[in-house]
Design a protein around this ligand. Structure first.
Ligand SMILES: [Ca+2]
Length: 212
């Protein structure tokens, strides 16, 4: 037996005989991906794991939005006090009539209500496991002032930030896997910010949850 073969045999023996407590993270089977924009439904709410609603505060009682405006380019679920969840479901870019807003195909935005009503995009765990979250928020109205953004696991706040002005973009990546039980929720929540005005508060959200 030559020297290389002998070394290889020893390595294989050690791998077989030694207990490896856990596979390295990158060798684990990847989980199921939930994407807030990709998974948008213009016909159902809830749709799969996602639902759109309102709350008086981050983590407050969730009221499901039931009205869809039927738009064929910009499609919105419209809730209390002017709150909305809107997606450009067309294959072309769309600008609002005042040309202060722009959605590329597939862009999803949400908007708070005039009286401080929060707009909530909710993910409900379809099964128990651990999840990882990535999210990017951006104020997309050229006249924007500010909005407050929150991410919650049940009533526990994972992240909060206030966006300030047009094109302010903030992101969140979970630092470690978050244990969730079936039926528990991850909420992406938008309020009208410290300026307490809901005008020009459209905020783009690009968020993914991976459930393992
Ligand atoms: Ca505002």
């Amino acid at each position: 037996m030559n020297r290389c073969l002998c070394v290889l045999t020893c390595v294989v023996f050690l791998l077989v005989c030694c207990e490896i407590p856990e596979y390295p993270y990158f060798l684990k089977e990847s989980g199921k991906l939930y994407d807030v924009a990709r998974d948008f439904s213009s016909s159902k709410n809830p749709a799969g794991a996602w639902s759109y609603g309102n709350a008086a505060s981050p983590g407050g009682d969730f009221t499901l939005i039931t009205e869809n405006n039927g738009g064929t380019d910009l499609n919105s679920w419209t809730g209390a006090s002017g709150s909305a969840v809107t997606k450009n479901i067309s294959v072309s870019a769309v600008d609002d009539p005042g040309n202060s807003l722009h959605w590329e195909p597939g862009d999803l935005s949400f908007h708070p209500g005039s009286d401080g009503t929060y707009c909530v995009i909710r993910w409900t765990a379809p099964e128990s496991g651990t999840c990882e979250i990535t999210a990017i928020f951006e104020l997309i109205d050229q006249q924007a002032n500010n909005t407050d953004v929150h991410i919650l696991h049940e009533s526990h706040e994972l992240y909060t930030v206030e966006l300030q002005g047009y094109m302010d973009e903030q992101s969140y990546v979970s630092k470690s896997a978050i244990k969730v039980a079936r039926g528990e929720t991850i909420d992406f929540v938008l309020g009208y910010g410290s300026g307490m005005s809901y005008f020009e508060d459209s905020t783009k959200i690009d968020a993914q949850i991976t459930l393992n």
